[in-house]
Design a protein around this ligand. Structure first.
Ligand code: AMP
Length: 193
């Protein structure tokens, strides 16, 4: 988990490779469907451009279908899901029904104002269509309103680990690996700053 611009996507693939499990990014799934102009892509295109959240039921169904694929049977890393309390409930139901437990909920921790600055620079460099200044600020507001409260929920479950998101990609990666190696197989974890 983490606010827009915290570096979730960059870290998710390499961390998943390290553990030999798939990285499942709802943002990537939606973007791929938009660029391929699938039925789903047409449904979500305007939502992504506005920086709003795709409806819970639709997002939850996509994640459940992806988790049902054989490559997720030995473990998985969710990138950008869950983002709402409703999605937390859906994920809990999915996992409970299969007797699976999350090992850790990792948040890339950074100051929202620093992240807005980072996203504005990235938007200039990459020209991402969903990265206008207005959209960036809106995405941050939506995150703070709908998603940040989930951190308290996972903290109370003893699953939350905060990792400082600032630094080089390699520094952040090392912090994450150290944190998750400690969490592996035991569930309770400490903060690494
Ligand atoms: P991301 O790349 O994770 O920032 O996701 C890009 C966009 O996809 C978000 O701004 C949302 O519009 C949508 N999205 C990704 N994950 C979710 C989710 N769990 N719930 C609702 N919308 C999502």
């Amino acid at each position: 988990m983490g606010a827009p611009g915290a570096g979730k996507g960059t870290q998710a693939t390499s961390i998943a490779d390290y553990f030999g499990i798939p990285a499942i990014s709802t943002g990537d799934i939606f973007r791929a469907n938009v660029s391929q102009q699938t039925e789903l892509g047409r449904q979500v295109e305007a939502i992504l451009s506005a920086g709003d959240y795709v409806p819970d039921e639709l997002t939850e169904q996509i994640v459940a279908d992806r988790l049902d694929q054989p490559d997720a049977a030995k473990g998985f890393l969710l990138d950008g899901f869950p983002r709402t309390m409703h999605q937390v409930g859906a994920l809990d139901d999915y996992l409970d029904a299969r007797g699976i437990q999350l090992d850790a909920v990792l948040v890339l921790d950074a100051d929202p104002d620093d992240l807005v600055g980072r996203l504005l620079r990235r938007a200039q460099l990459e020209g991402r269509a969903d990265d206008t200044e207005e959209t960036i600020r809106h995405r941050m507001d939506v995150y703070l309103r709908d998603t940040e409260p989930l951190l308290g929920h996972y903290e109370s479950e003893g699953l939350l680990a905060k990792v400082a998101a600032l630094g080089t990609v390699e520094q952040v990666r090392s912090r994450i690996v150290a944190t998750l190696d400690r969490a592996d197989g035991r569930g309770a974890i400490d903060d690494v700053s």
